[in-house]
Structures are given as C-alpha cells and as structure tokens.
Design a binder for this molecule. Structure first.
Ligand SMILES: Nc1ncnc2c1ncn2[C@@H]1O[C@H](COP(=O)(O)OP(=O)(O)OP(=O)(O)O)[C@@H](O)[C@H]1O
Ligand SMILES: [Mg+2]
Length: 361
C-alpha cells in the first residue's frame, strides 16, 4: 500500500541490498528502539528494493503470533514453497548433505523440520538462480516462549547450512531481549551476523512531513517548532506522525497548544493511572527514582532519598526484585550507555508531572 508520508531510508536500504548482493554478509540484526520504523523499513523500503533485484522475500513477525510460534513460522515457510517448480522439474526427492526430502504432490510441507524447509527453499532459489531473504521481525519475542532454545538452535543451524541461498535479517527493539539472544555467550545466535543500528530520523523528516502537509492542505507549519515537538517526542517516528494526524484534526490552533492537547489525550488513552495503581510499592519507588535521576538503586543516597521523600525504608532485596521485574516486563530498559530508562516516553512524562504529588507511592 502506498503511503504519501513515506520518507525513504535510502542509505540504509542501499547498504543492506549491497551487502546482500555482493555476498558480504549473510545475516544482519537491525536494531532500534520501539516505534522508530523497523517493520515499516522492512516492508516499505527493503522489500521493494529486493523485489526489484529479483530476490524472494519472506517476512515473518514473532510478535504477532498467537499460539505456537514455531508451527506458525513453519507454516509461513511452507506457504512460500512453490510446488509447481518441483512438479515442472519432475523432482521427487532432494538430497542435501545434511538431509533428504521426498517430495510428492501432497507432501505436507508444514510437517517438515526447519532445516528441511529452509533447505527446500534454498534449493528452489538455486534453481531460479536467485536468493531468499528472510525478514524475521521481533525475534526477541522468542525468549518468552517455553522451550525456544531448541527452535533457535535449529534455526541457526538451518541458516548456517543454507547461507549461500538464504540471507536473513533480524529486527528487534527490546534491548534486554536482544542482548539475551545475541550477546550472551551461551545464546545460540551469539556472533551470528552483524548488527546495524537504525538511527531515528532528524530534521529532514519533519521538514518532509511539513512539506507534504503543505501540499495536501495548502497550509504552512512552522518547521522549527515542528522539529522541536519531534525532539520532545524523543524522535519517535510513530509519535510525530500521530501528532500530525491530531494536529490536522484541530481547527486553527497553534502547534504548542495542539501538543498539550495531544499529550493529555495520550495520558488518558494509555491509562497510566491504572497502570500506576497496579504496581507494587518497590516498583513505584524505582520508577520515581528514575525520574529523579537516580541510577544506582543500591546506594545510601537513594535509600536516603526514598526515606526522606516517601518515609519508606526499602531493602536491597526488594529493589533488586522490582528492578528485575520491570526489566523483564520491558517497562524499563538499559540504554547503550548502560543506564536504565523508562521504556514509554509518555509514561515518563506523566510521572514527571506527578512525581511530587502527595500519596504518589
Ligand atoms: N520511513 C518512514 N516514513 C514515514 N513514516 C514512517 C517511516 N518509518 C516509520 N514510519 C511511521 O512510524 C510508525 C512505526 O513504525 P514501525 O511500526 O515500523 O516501528 P517499529 O520500529 O517496527 O516499532 P515496534 O518496535 O513497535 O515494532 C509506522 O506505522 C509509520 O507510521
Ligand atoms: Mg515492528
């Protein structure tokens, strides 16, 4: 589907397509915070570019699956196998050094193993003198799936053995999850592939949106002010687009006022009050520590702050449990500088605006 607001990531597209075309790397991890545009990039930039070069792309998101992730993934691979090519070539059996697959008219492909499925797809690509690019979105979701280790190990072996014909791009946003999967010495994807950081857009993006807005409505947006709002929104692509939609629905209102209305609407819509009430005391204290610029939650200074402001004596054990839980739930993450951050920017803003209210804990 066309999107009139699409701002192409030309350089990143070129970098990736070149790396694939010239066989430089067979596996990448595209890594960016939430809502920056990873999924959008795969579908709106990379896929069309690869299609044009004659690659077959298979997109699969581990985040959207309900039920058995492994089976869904196999179904997706199976649905991409072109039976006609085997019929045409009268292929009845394919032998690989690592497996042999018998193919009949009604072979239930979805029952095969990942290694068999990827090997068949690789074989098919070879026959077409082409290659397959697997786009595996939100791979880190697998760490929440029971017994995922076997699946991940199998996937890695299958990709390794078929790397001449199957390239793979992983994406992920949960740094905690990705780190677990890609950097942990014991994780099967350790050292598998190169990681690329997808940078948030800068001024060029808001200027482009303002220009598009002008071409649609004939009205001007103050580009500097608009960029400042993007900066307030932490350069999150989705948020500035949502803000623009909100602004377009307002009648003759300044950007500033529209921003205030937008933020208030989000606070309300996201139900931060009930989220806050669902937290236990130690979790609340940790989040309040973060908006008060604390990072070391085991320091005397932090315990003094908690006692002084909330009259609570907190223990190291409780702090540690709360920290682990918030990290695991993705409510907070560690940024590239190793600092803890609240994941949801608006939640952070909401808490900042209420942190000194009596009875907040
Ligand atoms: N290049 C772009 N041009 C215009 N809008 C974009 C672009 N990239 C992303 N967006 C907007 O940002 C939204 C969020 O993008 P997307 O869903 O791809 O983010 P994501 O990084 O995959 O997020 P998540 O971490 O939730 O999976 C898109 O729905 C789209 O509105
Ligand atoms: Mg996504």
């Amino acid at each position: 589907m066309q999107d009139i607001w699409h701002f192409p990531r030309t350089e990143l597209t070129k970098k990736l397509t070149n790396a694939i075309r010239y066989n430089i790397i067979h596996s990448f991890t595209l890594f960016a915070p939430r809502r920056i545009g990873k999924t959008y990039f795969l579908n709106y930039d990379l896929k069309p570019a690869l299609d044009e070069l004659g690659y077959k792309t298979i997109y699969f998101s581990f985040a959207d699956q309900i039920g058995n992730h492994l089976q869904q993934f196999k179904n997706s691979l199976a649905s991409n196998i072109d039976r006609t090519i085997f019929a045409k070539l009268k292929v009845k059996e394919i032998s690989f050094p690592w497996c042999k697959v018998v193919i009949s008219q009604n072979t239930p492909f979805a029952d095969l193993s990942i290694l068999e499925l990827l090997s068949i797809l690789a074989h098919e690509a070879e026959k077409r003198s082409s290659q397959i690019v697997l786009m595996l979105d939100e791979i880190q979701e697998l760490i929440y799936v029971d017994n995922a280790e076997g699946f991940v190990g199998e996937l890695r072996t299958a990709l390794d053995l078929n790397k001449n014909y199957v390239k793979v791009i992983f994406t992920g946003s949960s740094r905690y999850g990705l780190r677990k999967m890609f950097s942990d010495n014991k994780a099967p994807f350790f050292h598998f592939g190169t990681s690329l950081k997808m940078e948030p857009f800068g001024r060029e993006f808001t200027d482009f949106l303002a220009k598009t807005y002008h071409s649609i409505t004939g009205k001007h947006i103050d580009e500097e002010q608009f960029y400042q709002i993007f900066s307030k929104l932490n350069f999150v692509t989705l948020s500035i687009r949502e803000f623009l939609s909100f602004y377009m629905m307002c009648q003759d209102i300044s950007l500033e006022d529209a921003y205030k209305g937008f933020e208030a609407e989000i606070f309300d819509k996201n139900g931060y009050v009930s989220y806050w009430n669902s937290l236990i005391q130690a979790e609340k204290i940790l989040l309040l520590g973060l908006v008060n610029n604390f990072q070391n939650f085991y320091s005397e200074k932090f315990y003094d702050f908690v006692f002084h402001n909330y009259h609570i004596e907190i223990t190291q054990g409780r702090v540690q449990n709360a920290l682990n839980k918030l990290l695991k739930q993705g409510d907070i993450h560690e940024n590239d500088n190793g600092e803890y951050e609240i994941e949801d920017l608006f939640m952070k803003r909401w808490l900042e605006s209420r942190k000194d209210e009596p009875g907040i804990v």
